[in-house]
Design a binder for this molecule. Structure first.
Ligand code: GLU
Length: 479
């Protein structure tokens, strides 16, 4: 049978980075095996689910480079793939279990249930001990339902051990008695997660379930339901949880935890995807910088780590810088259109100017959002602050001579920018005619025109700075 995996988000918030990582692993596993990657929206929590979150989460997946083969809007014969459109199916399956004596209607009152809970806590008694689990009361229960009364359907939990082989964690055994009879369909006919999740995985022909370790305990109830449905459980792979550098559960204080925020902070989708893949999984060749398509061949379930994965935003930022440096200048220029403030000088320049700027600064930045600052600070600042070293260079006796010469040249300039060649010619003139050489020459030019005693290639930098700004800098240097 061909491999079918699913990502099953609950649309109760933005796409969490942990969820995005799960989605990536499922997507890559499908790609690596010529299988199908399915998205199933688990929206049975009517109060907390919203259409906006669903739209947002699916858009974020797409942004990360994850396109689903089957799911909402891309149905196949086993759909639908939104749980809210499958409520009749869950009801029918629950009723079947009642008919087969594997589940029962529970008419216990809230007080009775509360007493059972207390007793179970203090004495370790089974969680549910109500009379309705006994077959002799089932006809009465069904008659009350036929009469229009409402009651939840509770699953009759078998009393035996359950074991499964997890692809990451190895053999997992749940000794008998860990869970009592549990509700699968509420009295308002809404299904409970463990029930509809299994009904769907079974009907959607899911072969492998790759998800977070926090779902290991749910697997017990789910195995019971597979057994009751006479269905073969999928292969499970529970991947380790994400924790912060302080080894605490990941939360907002460890930095942004939703994909949307990284998108807004100008991270590259391929960098975030790359980083998330490596949280708990390793590349067979120990590569750490790659594009998703490079994993299509090599991704497998054998390279997961059992220990928690540490989420480190500094490392992510560094990785973003690596991807940025690997991008072509043309691509960066195009991307920057959306990351430089509206109306900024940058937008009004020609393609050549933009590309030169990018070539000059892409090594220095890790994020697109840092580009504008570099530009404002080094290329466009008309009110430069002279550093102490720069001030020293201004005090050399040759520097005012260069300044005077440059003022004349810039006053003559017709165009908005000078050419790289102009600068070379001017330096030559100062060398030959004014007899200024070596450090006083180079440093004099740099300090006068940039306010700094170091920086990138001076002729390139100067050819990018508008003449009127260079004039202002010279003026300030003379004060
Ligand atoms: N809707 C569940 C969640 O978001 C899915 C869990 C699962 O993959 O089984 O946690």
């Amino acid at each position: 049978m061909s491999i079918r995996v699913r990502f099953a988000p609950s649309p109760t918030g933005y796409l969490h980075i942990g969820g995005a990582r799960t989605a990536l692993y499922n997507y890559l596993f499908a790609k690596a095996n010529g299988g199908q990657f399915i998205v199933r929206v688990e929206d049975t929590d009517q109060e907390r689910s919203s259409k906006e979150y669903e739209v947002e989460q699916l858009a974020d997946l797409k942004w990360l480079g994850i396109d689903y083969d089957i799911g909402p809007g891309k149905e196949d014969e086993f759909g639908p793939y939104r749980q809210s459109e499958r409520l009749d199916i869950y009801k029918a399956e629950a009723l079947k279990l009642v008919e087969q004596g594997k589940a029962f209607y529970d008419f216990c009152s809230e007080e009775e249930l509360e007493q059972m809970r207390e007793k179970s806590m203090s004495e370790g008694a089974p969680a549910y001990t109500g009379k309705w689990r006994e077959p002799k009361h089932w006809d009465e229960a069904k008659a009350r339902i036929a009469n229009g009364e409402k009651a939840p359907i509770r699953f009759l939990a078998p009393e035996k051990d359950y074991t499964f082989e997890d692809k990451v964690r190895g053999e997992v055994t749940f000794p008998k008695g860990m869970v009592g009879d549990f509700v699968i369909l509420r009295s308002n006919e809404m299904p409970v997660y463990n029930f509809c999740n299994v009904v769907d995985d079974h009907m959607h022909k899911i072969t492998h379930v790759i998800r977070g370790e926090d779902h290991v305990n749910n697997t017990l109830r789910q195995l019971m339901i597979y057994e009751a449905l006479e269905a073969k459980p999928p292969i499970f792979a529970h991947v380790s949880l994400l924790i912060g550098k302080d080894r605490q559960k990941l939360s907002k204080r460890h930095g942004a935890t939703s994909v949307t925020l990284y998108k807004e902070e100008s991270y590259l989708p391929q960098a975030l995807a790359n980083y998330l893949c490596l949280l708990g999984w390793s590349h067979p060749d120990e590569k750490d910088i790659f594009g998703l398509e490079e994993l299509y061949e090599v991704f497998n379930l054998d390279r997961f780590s059992k220990s928690h994965a540490i989420y480190d935003t500094e490392k992510l930022k560094w990785m973003n810088g690596q991807h940025l440096k690997n991008s072509s200048d043309e691509v960066i220029v195009k991307d920057l259109e959306g990351h430089v403030s509206h109306g900024h000088f940058f937008h009004k320049q020609n393609a050549e100017w933009k590309q030169k700027c990018v070539a000059l600064y892409k090594e220095k930045i890790d994020l697109y959002s840092e580009f504008e600052t570099q530009l404002d600070q080094y290329v466009l600042d008309e009110n430069v602050e002279f550093s102490d070293e720069a001030k020293e260079a201004l005090s050399w006796e040759t520097t005012p001579q260069i300044r005077e010469y440059l003022v004349e040249r810039l006053n003559e300039a017709q165009a908005s920018f000078i050419q790289e060649q102009d600068l070379a010619d001017w330096m030559n003139y100062c060398k030959k005619e004014l007899k200024i050489k070596g450090k006083p020459l180079f440093m004099g030019f740099r300090v006068l025109l940039t306010g700094q005693n170091h920086g990138p290639d001076l002729k390139v930098l100067i050819s990018l700075t508008p003449v009127h700004i260079l004039k202002k800098r010279l003026e300030k240097a003379g004060k």
